[in-house]
Structures are given as structure tokens and as C-alpha cells.
Design a protein around this ligand. Structure first.
Ligand code: NAD
Ligand code: DAU
Length: 339
């Protein structure tokens, strides 16, 4: 079987590539990634040695380029991770989010219709459900929760989800969608909360917590997300949405304090900064459906996953230091300079 993975040079996509190469060595993996600031060939160095893996530097909005890849590789399954993924960047510049996240999804699905496919899988997010109140711990996002977005990022992901379901109903395209909570683990780009705090703490730099740090996220180790997607593309029901999350809610401030503790750094590094505009209060996934239908459960507990993740950043300083020493410095200055 040939599986086309878009966005495979990014955080979750690359973890998925390695998951597949290990778990299904008989499958061919075709990776399509345009290598934006978030894509990194260093991440795929090991995969490039594997004869089952092939890489194309192509934009998912490039119709001709995508069609050429389909003609050459005849994928059986497409898993679309490619996206602009950072909420803060979407607040500064929404346009590229609409282009990649919505139009890119359309181009991929048009190619699936044209050349035929066994499955198109859209990697979506719990952010399409908006947020939950902090004082109602009894509430969770189910697959029936209405779409209700807050940021240009989440709106673009919701737009794509609606388009995916429309292609199923209108054209009969065999689609599935997964909506996962916050991931953490190796190869996480250092603009996101956990790797940013690890990198700053190691450099004894301020740890910029938005607002009061009371916002809650539901953290899942990235490999458990990869396992869920692998199950959905093989055994999931066409036309269905599956929520993915591990019942692991934490306040941002508690995560940052934990990172300080693990690294032996003082909490005095924590600096409260101006809040994110439209900041979602709480995300919490109800994963009952994927558990009951596909038997999925997360393997990694947060206390183990965060230790493994911190160790990975300690062992792979070259990987992230190369990123933060480049163009990232301008981004950081712009985002945090006057906050
Ligand atoms: P990421 O930003 O780390 O990686 C995105 C990848 O997509 C990069 O390699 C980038 O080069 C590539 N890309 C961007 N635009 C492209 C284009 N036009 N054509 C081809 N490639 C392009 O993102 P991530 O955190 O790995 O997220 C992957 C997917 O999972 C996204 O769709 C995101 O919405 C979703 N998701 C992320 C999380 C999370 O916690 N990170 C949780 C749930 C869902
Ligand atoms: O829930 C899934 C989503 O998780 C994905 O769809 C997104 O692609 C992914 O980026 C992530 O979105 P978040 O906005 O939740 O992640 P981020 O790491 O940017 O922020 C996590 C929380 O930490 C959020 O409440 C904002 C806060 N934060 C973030 C940064 C970067 C800070 O307090 N300080 C920071 O410097």
C-alpha cells in the first residue's frame, strides 16, 4: 500500500512517518511538504535513508504539482497534516492559513477524486469546537459538539472539515476526519508552549505565560495521536469524525512550573505577558467513540511523556538551536518584544 503523507516535515507529520515506517515496513510512504518555516529536512534525515520513503518538496495548493505526484505514485491513502498550525501567527496574518488549510485541502481532495483513492484522511483539531468554560469540568467536546471557532487558524481548520464532509456527501469521496487535542513530543517546533518553555528555561530566559496561565489544554503524547490516525485510516468508518484525546487536562502555568522543576530552573523565570487575543479558555476531548469503535487508548502517561520530551530536547540541542538561531529570532522579537 502507498500512503501519501502531507506536512511530513513538520511536528506530527514526521512522527507519523516514523510511526508508519516502523509499524508497517511493507507500506510505501510518499511525503509531500513545501518546507515552510515549520518544515525541516533535518527531521526527516533518517527517513530519507529508507527505500520505502520518498519526499517531494511541493505545495499542496499547487494543483499541477499535486496531480503529477498522484500520477507517478498512485497513493491508496492520503493523510493530510500539511497546514499553517500556529494560532498566534494566524492572528498576525490570516491569509496564508485560509490558502493552505482550506484551498490546499480542496486541491488534495480534487486529486483524490480524479485519480481514485481508498481513503482521504483529514488531520483536524479540537479547536474547531471553540472552548469550554473553566468552571464546568463536567463538559467535554464530543463529535456532536457544534463547530464554533475563535481564531483565524481554527476557522480555517473548521472550513476545511466542512469541505471534507461536503466532498463525502456530494461526490462520495471516502473520507475520515480526526480532531485531536494538543500534542507534545519530539520535533515540536519551538514556537509552541512546551518546546518554547524548555528552550527558554535552558537559556535562563523569561518564560512568557499569556494572561494568568489559567487556560487549560488537554495534552497527548504525539505517538498516541499517530496510533489513532493509523487505526482510523485502516479500520475507521468512512464519512465519520473521530475525537482523539487522553483526558489529560492541565493549566498552562502548571506545565511551565513542571518544566522548571524538571530542568532545575527557578520559577522566578516565569513572566506573565499580555494575553493572546480571543484566547480559548479550555479544551477537553471526550474520546469515547474512538475507544469503543476502534479500541484506541493512549499508551503514554503525561508524567512519562513530559520527561521523555524534555530528555529529547536535551539530547537534540542541534535540532532546535539551529531553528532558534535563524529567522525565528525575528519572529520571537516581533511576538514577544513588547508584550
Ligand atoms: P507543523 O506546523 O509542525 O507542521 C506543518 C507542516 O506542514 C510543515 O512541515 C510545513 O512545511 C507543512 N506545510 C505548511 N504549508 C504547506 C503547504 N502549503 N504545502 C505543503 N506543506 C505545507 O504542524 P503540526 O503541529 O505538526 O500539525 C500538523 C497537523 O495537525 C495540522 O493540520 C494541525 O492543524 C493538526 N493538529 C495539530 C495539533 C498540535 O498540537 N500540534 C493538534 C491537533 C491537530
Ligand atoms: O488543541 C490543538 C491545537 O494545539 C492545534 O490545533 C494547534 O495546531 C497547536 O498549535 C495547539 O494550539 P494551542 O494554541 O493550544 O498551542 P500553543 O502551544 O500555541 O499554546 C498552548 C497554550 O499555551 C495556549 O493556551 C497559549 C499558551 N502560551 C503559548 C505560548 C506559545 C503561553 O502562555 N505562552 C506562549 O509563549
Amino acid at each position: 500500500m502507498t500512503i501519501l503523507v502531507t506536512g511530513g516535515a513538520g511536528f506530527i507529520g514526521s512522527n507519523f512517518v516514523y510511526y508508519l515506517l516502523e509499524k508497517h515496513p511493507e507500506d510505501k510512504i510518499v511525503c509531500v511538504d513545501v518546507l515552510t518555516y515549520a518544515g525541516n529536512m533535518a527531521t526527516l534525515r533518517q527517513a530519507m535513508q529508507n527505500p520505502q520513503f520518498r519526499f517531494y518538496k511541493t505545495d499542496i495548493t499547487d494543483r499541477q504539482g499535486i496531480n503529477d505526484i498522484f500520477e507517478k505514485e498512485h497513493p491508496d491513502i492520503v493523510v493530510n497534516f500539511a497546514a499553517e498550525s500556529h494560532v498566534d501567527r494566524s492572528i498576525e496574518n490570516p491569509e496564508v492559513f485560509l490558502k493552505t488549510n482550506i484551498l490546499g485541502t480542496q486541491v488534495l481532495m480534487d486529486a483524490c477524486r480524479k485519480y481514485g483513492i481508498r481513503r482521504y484522511h483529514q488531520v483536524s483539531t479540537d479547536e474547531v469546537y471553540g472552548d469550554l468554560p473553566l468552571d464546568r469540568p463536567d463538559l467535554f467536546f464530543t463529535e456532536e459538539t457544534p463547530i464554533h471557532t475563535s481564531s483565524p487558524y481554527s476557522s480555517s481548520k473548521a472550513g476545511a472539515d466542512l469541505l471534507v464532509l461536503a466532498y463525502h456527501r456530494t461526490y462520495g469521496l471516502p473520507v475520515t476526519i480526526s480532531r485531536c487535542s494538543n500534542n507534545y513530543g519530539p520535533y515540536h517546533f519551538p514556537e509552541k508552549l512546551i518546546p518554547l518553555m524548555i528552550a527558554n528555561a535552558l537559556a535562563d530566559k523569561p518564560l512568557p505565560v499569556y494572561g494568568k496561565g489559567e487556560n487549560v489544554r488537554d495534552w497527548l503524547y504525539v505517538e498516541d495521536h499517530c496510533k489513532a490516525i493509523d487505526l482510523i485510516i485502516r479500520n475507521g468508518k468512512v464519512g465519520e469524525v473521530y475525537n482523539v484525546g487522553g483526558h489529560n487536562e492541565m493549566k498552562n502555568i502548571d506545565i511551565v512550573k513542571l518544566i522548571c522543576k524538571e530542568l532545575g530552573k527557578p520559577e522566578s523565570l516565569i513572566t506573565f505577558v499580555t494575553d493572546r487575543k480571543g484566547h480559548d479558555l479550555r479544551y477537553a476531548i471526550d474520546p469515547t467513540k474512538i475507544h469503543n469503535e476502534l479500541g484506541w487508548l493512549p499508551d503514554t502517561k503525561f508524567e512519562d511523556g513530559i520527561k521523555k520530551t524534555i530528555q529529547w530536547y536535551l539530547d537534540n540541542k542541534d535540532w532546535w538551536q539551529e531553528i532558534i538561531n535563524g529567522e525565528y529570532q525575528n519572529y520571537y522579537e516581533k511576538m514577544y518584544g513588547n508584550r
